[in-house]
Design a protein around this ligand. Structure first.
Ligand code: IPM
Ligand code: MG
Length: 362
């Protein structure tokens, strides 16, 4: 089994280092190879996703990814910006199914900006289509308008589009995932305005005929955004397109109060996957040793379960994380009165210790 390790930028290197120590502690035999990605790759090779990095990712069974991006690259032309690396990996590896769980950990209920009763026990799975929609739709660009409100003016445009097979396959992923949970899927669209999403809604409804045991409902994206803060526990599996999924998954992650805890997986049709924390590169705290490594450590667990066929090892990591939280250790992002504040390394140490069953301090 081969893992491509792509730490990236900002806190990426620190948090991935801890996930690797946790993987090492499992005593399984993986081959791990590290490569540069994002701004770090741009600095070294002039491109955020160098050929060698892409080749490594393609050949691996799974990619463990940290985070990319830094404000200092905002002025670069678009193809050279760090974010292009993640988009390029999604596209080149065909990683169309993005799993973004939003779970509220019992011990962290107080860290949410919502009232505890609204989010205690929250467990939502957002399934975001990841290789289509306005993110990748062609044509896109800039030109002189020939029509619209200001003919002759400069304009920019992107294309929202979905093909039938793209919607069918993500709908199936969502129904299958719901089967292993509480058997409810909410498909989020904007069918009242957009042709693309009327098409989406029609196809999800058709595919649903193969899953009579699953309850399906449809919701407009604006309403979904509202319901997520009003009554988030009403949701189980949410399936939606790339753009809406980008927005709603940040909203859902934040309302758990534990964005530093949330892993994610992006899979292709052969279960090859890219695993990354749901949070970003946090350049403001990079290099300070204070970032929360748990989302990345839990992403490594998802990797073991989904791509490497090591469910038992995944369980060991997840139990270790729960144990560490129960013992009261917290990085700054999830710290509250009465708990012990620790840094990135100490948090990693504690998870490793829980895995190898040594005493945990604190
Ligand atoms: C995400 C991020 C990316 C996206 C960016 C970094 C390209 O926001 O994974 O949600 O928009 O998909
Ligand atoms: Mg996003």
């Amino acid at each position: 089994m081969k893992i491509a390790v792509l730490p990236g930028d900002g806190i990426g290197t620190e948090i991935v280092a801890e996930a690797i120590r946790v993987l090492d502690a499992l005593d399984l035999s993986f081959e791990m190879e590290t490569a540069l990605v994002g701004g770090a790759a741009y600095e070294a090779h002039g491109h955020p996703l160098p050929e060698a990095t892409l080749k490594l990712a393609k050949e691996a069974d799974a990619v463990l990814f940290g985070a990319v991006g830094d404000w200092k690259y905002d002025k670069l032309e678009r193809p050279l910006r760090p974010e292009q690396a993640i988009l390029g990996l999604r596209k080149n590896l065909g990683l169309f199914a993005n799993f973004r769980p939003a779970i509220c950990y019992e011990q962290l209920v107080g860290a949410s900006s919502l009232k505890p009763e609204l989010i205690a026990g929250l467990d939502i799975l957002i399934i975001r289509e990841l290789t289509g929609d306005i993110y990748f739709g062609q044509p896109r660009g800039r030109r002189t308008a020939v029509d619209g409100h200001f003919p002759g003016a400069e304009e920019a445009f992107d294309t929202m589009r979905y093909s039938r097979p793209e919607v069918e396959r993500i709908a199936r992923v969502a129904f299958e995932a719901a089967r292993k949970r509480s058997k409810r899927v909410t498909s989020v669209d904007k069918a009242n305005v957009l042709e693309t999403f009327q098409f989406w809604k029609d196809i999800v409804t058709e595919v649903h005929k193969d899953y009579p045991d699953i309850e399906l409902d449809h919701m407009y994206v604006d309403n979904a955004a509202m319901q997520l803060v009003k009554a988030p526990k009403k949701f189980d599996v949410i399936v939606t397109g790339n753009m809406f999924g980008d927005i709603l998954s940040d909203e859902a992650a934040m309302l758990t109060g534990s964005i530093g805890m949330l892993p994610s997986a992006s899979l292709n049709s052969s279960n090859q996957g890219l695993y990354e924390p749901s949070h970003g590169s946090a350049p403001d705290i990079a290099g300070k040793g204070v970032a929360n490594p748990l989302a990345t450590i839990l992403s490594a667990a998802m990797m073991l379960r989904f791509s490497l066929n090591q469910a038992e090892a995944a369980d060991r990591i997840e139990s270790a994380v729960k144990h560490v939280l129960a013992s009261g250790l917290r990085t700054g992002d999830i710290w509250s009165e009465g708990t012990k504040r620790v840094g990135t390394r100490e948090m990693g140490d504690a998870v490793v210790a829980a895995i190898t069953k040594k005493t945990i301090t604190g």
